[in-house]
Design a protein around this ligand. Structure first.
Ligand SMILES: Cc1cc2nc3c(=O)[nH]c(=O)nc-3n(C[C@H](O)[C@H](O)[C@H](O)COP(=O)(O)OP(=O)(O)OC[C@H]3O[C@@H](n4cnc5c(N)ncnc54)[C@H](O)[C@@H]3O)c2cc1C
Length: 336
């Protein structure tokens, strides 16, 4: 366990916001977590867990303890003709894990290639992209309670997965530490190439394989999204709003071209990017903050912005969309 006092979080959040935390505690195995829970530091509140910092916005210094997980390891638990069960530690890099699975011919998460962050954070908001969500490959999530130190295993059902949500983002946020995630990956592939842009990119490849899907996804993402090393951001800032049929019908009367789609749970979703673009926010910049010119859902820090400047920019977008469409955009990024 490595303990830093009054530590900068600049390199630990992809918005590159310059904030400090009272304590930054690096844990590299489960014993470190136990040692922390048995130490004097444990009495300090608040506490939170941080992975790669690619889905958080710090709006002020953190007057508490931040646990940064760097627990590593991937274990092959069991295997049969159809599938393989893999137990991955929370501190593993998510995209390295996807690459490892694709290389071994294990499918189920290939469309989630190139999403930044850690394995441990993947169930928190049930990461999703290109028609796939991580919940469809998660068998079990192992946690340690931040207060009592008790361990608990959550089955897929107990994780209460929903669109960009789970029990770890709702009732249990900052109450448990996810230490390991067990995935069931398929050997008999059932590719998901329904997403229009992915289908188009794949047509440039001679055949549909796990590897080609991964390459196509990476190509699309590099084309569409800003590189966090060059332009600080945290991916999509807002969730796509879920609406009911009555609201959709009334919106269609005013905006016949409004895009909407049905998710796997049958919910009607609008495109937050379209709503934001319609309110003329695409590519707009106010001082150090703006929306990315190719993707209005991504808010970027051009350099030097603090968290409250980014948040106030995001709130202006929310207000605009509310005034124009009567729809409240929910943030996907965790505001701290
Ligand atoms: C360029 C870019 C593109 C992105 N594209 C996508 C995308 O396509 N789809 C998508 O779903 N997301 C996307 N994201 C968001 C982000 O990458 C994911 O949400 C990712 O899972 C966050 O991982 P992290 O380790 O950085 O988590 P962090 O940002 O460190 O943490 C996120 C939340 O999870 C909690 N948390 C983290 N680790 C643990 C743990 N071990 N135990 C308990 N709680 C924990 C934190 O407390 C926090 O509330 C994108 C982000 C960027 C910057």
């Amino acid at each position: 366990m490595n303990i830093l006092e009054n530590a900068s979080l600049l390199t630990f959040n992809t918005f590159r916001v310059h904030v400090k935390t009272r304590y930054l505690i690096e844990v590299s195995d489960v014993n470190d977590i136990r040692n922390f829970i048995g130490s004097e530091l444990h009495a300090i509140r608040p506490k939170m867990v941080l992975g790669g910092g690619s889905n958080v916005l710090f709006t002020h210094d953190y007057d508490g303890c931040i646990l940064r997980l760097s627990i590593k390891g991937i274990e092959n638990i069991s295997e049969n003709d159809e599938s393989v069960l893999l137990r991955a530690a929370a501190g593993e890099n998510w995209d390295d894990f996807v690459a490892y699975c694709v290389k071994n011919g294990w499918g189920g998460i290939e469309n989630l290639s190139y999403i930044p962050g850690t394995v441990g954070a993947s169930p928190v908001q049930n990461i999703g992209a290109y028609g796939m969500e991580v919940r469809d490959s998660i068998e079990m999530v192992e946690t340690i309670d931040l207060e009592s130190g008790s361990t608990r295993k959550f089955s897929n059902k107990q994780c209460e997965f929903a669109y960009r949500n789970s029990i770890f983002r709702s009732d249990l946020q900052n109450r448990v530490i996810i230490t390991h995630v067990t995935f069931r990956l398929k050997k008999n592939h059932c590719f998901n190439t329904s997403y229009h842009e992915l289908k188009k990119e794949l047509s440039l490849h001679p055949e549909t394989t796990l590897g080609n899907i991964r390459s196509a996804v990476i190509t699309i993402r590099k084309r569409k999204l800003p590189d966090v090393e060059i332009l600080a951001n945290a991916g999509s800032f807002f969730k796509n709003p879920v609406v009911d049929q009555t609201l959709l019908d009334s919106l269609k009367l005013r905006y016949p071209e409004i895009p909407f789609f049905l998710d796997s749970g049958g919910n009607i979703k609008l495109s937050a990017a379209w709503l934001i673009e319609h309110c003329t926010w695409k590519g707009r910049r106010v001082r150090n903050v703006g929306t990315y010119r190719k993707h209005p859902l991504v808010i970027v820090n051009y350099g030097g912005a603090d968290g409250s400047e980014i948040l106030s920019f995001a709130q202006k977008i929310q207000q605009s969309v509310l005034n124009h469409f009567g729809i409240g955009l929910e943030t996907e990024v965790n505001i701290i």
